[in-house]
Design a protein around this ligand. Structure first.
Ligand code: ZN
Ligand code: ZN
Length: 370
């Protein structure tokens, strides 16, 4: 079960070769840790849209559907929401794959944004896997070597491999929260992130619904954070550690990919309250997508609820609480079609910068509000 070679590594090598930097790819991808394994799983699979083995991989979708059937049977058809975000009893087919949701114009926009993102993905792979991550990783290893001497070359075992996956996941979780907070609380961040929140229905593809300029923002933090953890573990084990994998995904990424499919799905899948106090259940993300004011900026976390607790953004919805998805007007009208979702962020950013420029020129202190 312990993978020595990530299939994604070969894929990244091909991308690097295609982009003309093959000569340095051996250096870029090694020699210490399995960079591709770490980044591809924790970053591209859990946090970002991206690889060929992402959460839309058919076995994961199948597992999502099977779990939905089980939920439907256990709950006697309860616990799924309609396009209005209201829970209502449904027949099996509507519960697993409701026509009103998959044919909704919002779901079509999801697909357009997803395809565009997939098309640009190699650019980010080369930019972050190929440059920032190895640099940070090598710097981390170098700093540890100069501080503590050569690698202690610990012997990896099952517990260490699990620890490696867990530390990676927790770092990704922390970075995700702060990136997400910044996306919600800054004018420019929100102008971009509204593309994700303009989804009026939730489907597994909504997870990938982001403006293409958001991808490098989401990627940079984890690329740095995960490279530090990769460098640390590569140093401790002299490069001889890999994560425990299930069907080529790290065990945590596998669980998280499944969890991620339910985060953007009309079926509410919650954990008991005591567990949600520590871990984000997928159903908690329904609240995050609601346009009701009491739900704004809540449940920003990805894996744990720790950061939401610390920042007072944790929100426990009642069982099947109404969560109408999308943005409030007039934002929703400006972020509905595919072209609007692509162009409006640029218009809004230009407006924000224009206002700031005017306010600075006018000598007023502080930044302009939008
Ligand atoms: Zn958000
Ligand atoms: Zn979301």
């Amino acid at each position: 079960m312990i993978s020595s070679e990530s299939p994604f590594k070969a894929e990244v090598e091909e991308l690097l070769e295609a982009s003309g930097v093959k000569a340095s790819s051996a250096e870029i991808l090694g020699p210490f840790s399995d960079l591709a394994n770490r980044i591809s799983e924790a970053l591209w699979l859990a946090v970002l849209p991206g690889s060929t083995t992402n959460s839309l991989w058919w076995p994961l979708l199948l597992l999502t559907a099977i779990l939905s059937v089980i939920l439907w049977a256990l709950r006697r058809g309860r616990g799924a929401k309609g396009v209005d975000g209201r829970e209502q009893p449904m027949g099996l087919l509507a519960y697993v794959m409701p026509k009103s949701i998959i044919t909704h114009p919002s779901a079509r926009v999801d697909i357009g944004l997803y395809l565009l993102d997939r098309g640009l993905m190699p650019v980010w792979v080369v930019a972050f896997l190929g440059s920032v991550a190895p640099f940070v990783e090598q710097t981390t290893i170098g700093a540890l070597q100069s501080a503590f001497g050569g690698s202690p070359a610990l012997t990896p075992n099952l517990a260490w491999s699990l620890a490696y996956g867990l530390v990676t996941l927790l770092i990704a979780d922390m970075i995700f929260f702060f990136t997400h907070l910044m996306m919600h609380k800054t004018d420019i961040g929100w102008a971009i992130h509204k593309v994700h929140h303009s989804a009026q229905v939730l489907t597994p593809i909504t997870r990938m619904r982001e403006h293409f300029i958001a991808a490098p923002i989401w990627a940079l933090g984890p690329a740095i954070g995960l490279s530090i953890s990769g460098g640390l573990f590569a140093y401790l084990f002299n490069g001889g550690i890999t994560q425990i994998t299930i069907v080529n995904l790290s065990v945590f990424s596998f669980l998280y990919a499944l969890n991620g499919n339910f985060r953007h799905y009309h079926v509410s899948f919650r954990y008991p309250r005591w567990l949600e106090y520590w871990l984000q259940s997928p159903g908690m993300h329904h609240t995050h997508h609601s346009y009701l004011e009491k739900h704004w900026d809540t449940n920003l976390g990805l894996v744990t609820s720790i950061w939401d607790r610390l920042f007072g953004t944790l929100y426990f919805a009642e069982r099947y609480e109404e969560t109408p998805w999308g943005l409030t007007e007039p934002d929703q009208a400006k972020y509905t079609s595919l072209s609007d979702n692509l162009l409006t962020p640029f218009r809004e950013i230009a407006r924000i910068l224009g206002r700031r420029w005017v306010s600075e020129k006018g000598g007023t202190a502080g930044r302009a509000e939008v």
